[in-house]
Structures are given as C-alpha cells and as structure tokens.
Design a protein around this ligand. Structure first.
Ligand code: F0G
Length: 464
C-alpha cells in the first residue's frame, strides 16, 4: 500500500455556504444606460446594477461564522476595549510587531505614518507605487521613487518574484541624495499595481542587510502578506516545507513598521492598523491617532470589528484557505490565457490583470484604454472591474503632467470566499466576448477630473 498521501490537484474551498446574498443579472440595455450615467467610471456604478462585482477585494470578502460570532463579542468601551488587546496580541503573535495602533482602514495608517516620518523633500523608495500610499507620501512632502525590478513593468515577463527590489536602483538613489534623505523604504507584499506579484524572502533578507548598512527603516505594506507567503511556499527554493504562518511571520520580522488594510487578507469589511516595534514611534503615533482616527485603543474601529479582525488574521494564514483563494484567481487567469487574452503573467494573488494596451491597441494611452475596457466589460457582461493604468497613476506632483505607466491594466479582483467557480467561468466568457469584438470600443476623455485620486470620482465621455 502506498502510504504517502497523493498531492491534491484541486483547490476546492475549505468551507461550505450557510447564507447567501441574492444577485440579479441585468440586461444589456440597462447596463448601456448605467455606464453612461456613471461617466464610464465603474466606481460610479450602483452595485444593484452589477452582476458579478470584481471591482476590488477590499472589504468585500465573506466573513466566517467565527468572525460573525466575534461581532457579538464586541466590547464597545471608549477606552481599553478587550477586543483591542485581543487584536494587539494577535498582531504580535502572527505578524511579530509589538505595538499596534488601530486605524479605520489602510490609508488612515498611511496618513499617520507619512506625517510622522517624512520631511519636505525626502525621497521614499518603494516596490512600485500604490495610489493612496504615494498620495500620503506626497502630502507629507515626500517624492516616491520606484525601485522595483524592471521585469515588473512588463506584463508578459514570467519572473516568479516581480515584486523584488532592484538594489542598483536603491544604490543609485543613495548615491544621488544620501541615506539621510530617505526616511524609509516602503515594501509591499503581493504588489498590487504590479499585478499582485510577490517579493521573495531572499530579496527581503537582502533588503534587510542593505537597510541595516545604510541605517534606513523598512516599512511593510502588509495588506496582502498571506498571498505573498503562498507564492513563496510554492515557488521559492527551500521554502516548500515552511508553513504559511511561518513565512508570514518571517516576512514581518524582516521589517520595522507595517501599515495594514485589514479589508483584504484579514477578511473584514472595514479596518486597518499601523504596527511597529519602536516604542518611541508608537507613542508619537498614539498622539497623532487621537487627532485623526480615534483613541489609540480603537482608532476608528468598533470593538466588534477589532474582534472580527483578530479572528480573520488567524484564518488568513491557514494553508487550505490561502491555497483555495489563490487557486480561484489562477483558475480565472488560466481560462483567459487558454482563450489567448493578454493578461499579466504570472497570474497574481488577488486578481487577474488584463493588458488593456495590448487588447485595445487601436486606442492611444492618452485616451485611457484600460478605463474604456473596464466600461466595455461591464456593458457586455455585468462584471465590474477596475482601471489600473494612466487614470489611476494620475499626474506628476511637480510637473502636472499625466503619468503614462507601462502597465495599462484592468483588474478583475476576486473577493475572498464570495464567488463560485461558475462565476469565474461567466466572467471569463464575458471578457473573451469583449476581446473578440474590440473594434467597437472607443477611447475616452475626462469631462470631470478630480484633483487627487482621480480614478475614484472622475467622469469621462467617448472620443468620436
Ligand atoms: N495598500 C495597498 C497595497 C492597497 O491595496 C490598499 C487598498 C491600501 C494600501 C489602502 O487601504 O483602502 O484600506 O485605505 N486597496 C484597495 C484596492 C482600495 O482596491 O486595491 P484602504
């Protein structure tokens, strides 16, 4: 008898469903009208007009029965809620950081950290920008510098760790301005704007050494750290026998400070935190959080939400959970690859990113092909996606010019534990239909352009 368990091929979900939310398929005519009313911006659609909502995985995941029961255990004391201490202890146990300051969501933590550490004229290197992160760095007087490896900017490149840092770029920055003008290096795990691409443990260990040599702090945007850990286990030599929890813990231990949008990995509908090991910085953060978020033992979160978050953290590092989560994303990606649709390779952890520049090659980047593609997919299929290209990139703070990023993408983002494999099939069919009829899709121009984070509320019209 063969006693060795066979390697499981299927990524079947480690849960069953005990409550459902009904959704409605809409007609092509309704959607045609709705997207025009929304100014061709999927952020401005009403969710009742959406069939499968892949706008974001942020705050859209399904909580477990344990998390829901945690809500009933909310201690809504203004100060010193027991749920805060549960959260703080869980963060230390799973993520290694000693001190936790809750925040209403990720950008609340980013705001406080940026104001505390960045001075006018500082440069902040990072493994690709994220919209809210870079804006808070800029509002604090800093300038973001991209130090991710070049491969990350090429959708077709199959590099297994496209989230890695390029040390030549870091060295060049230090040579140019000196380490003193670099308050920290900002490292995201499962880099969102690159396509959900992981950083390797090897690269992070090297970064730790580099930062120690230059006496520079590492800030970890740990929003999707468990997804990154899954790819390390799957791809990095020597890591196959580590548990997801061990990898997550080691990643965090290699960094000094973390900002967390708990609405992703940790599967709560709202919440986040700032975490660190430096007591002095913690004291300063506590002093600031009372101004913008709330007392340092709730920071804008209800006690019940801190409880659900503490429980969500423990669920997020479970191997079967994360394997099924990433497995579902890979499934959708594979269906699109089979049909020849150009997408970012390898498929990332939280979303499939369509290469809009390639799919709509007749639309110049100045006419926002990714924005147009997201609108077309919605109109065709009722699937809501998000632009992640020139509209999201915004304008250069100093010159006012539009950034024209190499990655002009549409993100199909999968909420955790929400949709089924059949939903992924329907999504793939919808995207493939648009891909086969791209000549009908027109470019767009702004009719209203907000000053900051313009992708959220901007409005557009078709260019004839
Ligand atoms: N960092 C990363 C990597 C993110 O993906 C997000 C949010 C944030 C920080 C900010 O956190 O939304 O809780 O304030 N990303 C969402 C998305 C909005 O759709 O990717 P937040």
């Amino acid at each position: 008898m063969n006693t060795k368990a066979p390697r499981k091929k299927s990524w079947a979900e480690p849960f069953k469903i005990k409550m459902v939310e009904l959704i409605k398929m809409t007609s092509y005519e309704d959607r045609f009208k709705a997207i025009r009313e929304a100014g061709y911006n999927t952020f401005l659609l009403r969710s009742k007009d959406v069939y499968i909502d892949l706008l974001t995985d942020s705050g859209t995941s399904a909580m477990s029965d344990r998390q829901w029961s945690g809500l009933m255990m909310g201690d809504e004391a203004y100060a010193g809620s027991r749920n805060f201490y549960h959260l703080r202890d869980t963060v230390e146990e799973y993520y290694s950081y000693k001190y936790t300051v809750p925040a209403h969501q990720g950008r609340g933590a980013e705001h406080i950290l940026s104001q505390l550490l960045i001075k006018e004229g500082d440069r902040v290197p990072g493994n690709m920008y994220f919209t809210t992160t870079r804006l808070h760095q800029e509002l604090a007087g800093g300038v973001f510098v991209d130090v991710i490896i070049d491969e990350a900017h090429d959708p077709a490149n199959e590099h297994p760790f496209k989230g890695n840092v390029d040390f030549n770029k870091l060295d060049a920055l230090v040579n140019e301005i000196g380490a003193k003008r670099i308050p920290y290096v900002c490292i995201a795990t499962a880099v969102n704007m690159a396509g959900g691409q992981p950083i390797s443990l090897e690269n992070l260990r090297k970064l730790r050494q580099w930062c120690d040599e230059h006496k520079i702090t590492i800030v970890h945007d740990m929003t999707r750290v468990a997804e990154n850990a899954y790819f390390i286990k799957d791809r990095e030599p020597g890591c196959a026998d580590m548990s997801i929890a061990e990898i997550v813990y080691e990643i965090c231990s290699l960094t000094d400070i973390a900002t967390m949008s708990a609405k992703k990995d940790a599967m709560v509908n709202i919440g986040g935190f700032l975490a660190m090991n430096d007591k002095d910085l913690y004291d300063r953060a506590c002093n600031m959080v009372v101004v913008y978020e709330g007392l340092h033992t709730y920071g804008g979160m209800a006690g019940r939400d801190m409880e659900a978050l503490a429980i969500g953290i423990t669920e997020s590092v479970d191997y079967d959970h994360i394997r099924a989560r990433v497995g579902q994303v890979l499934y959708l990606g594979d269906r699109l690859i089979e049909a020849g649709v150009p997408i970012v390779r390898p498929v990332g952890g939280h979303a499939v990113f369509l290469d809009a520049r390639n799919i709509l090659s007749h639309i110049p980047q100045e006419q926002f092909p990714a924005q147009a593609l997201a609108a077309a997919i919605y109109t065709q299929s009722g699937v809501r996606s998000m632009e992640r290209g020139a509209v999201s990139a915004g304008r250069n703070k100093e010159t006012g010019e539009n950034y024209m990023p190499k990655l002009e993408l549409v993100r199909l983002t999968i909420p955790r534990r929400v949709y089924t494999q059949a939903h992924m099939d329907v999504t793939a069919e919808g995207v493939i239909e648009v891909y086969e009829n791209t000549d009908k899709v027109k470019g767009l121009r702004f009719t209203y352009e907000p000053e900051v984070l313009r992708f959220f509320q901007g409005r557009f019209e078709e260019v004839e």
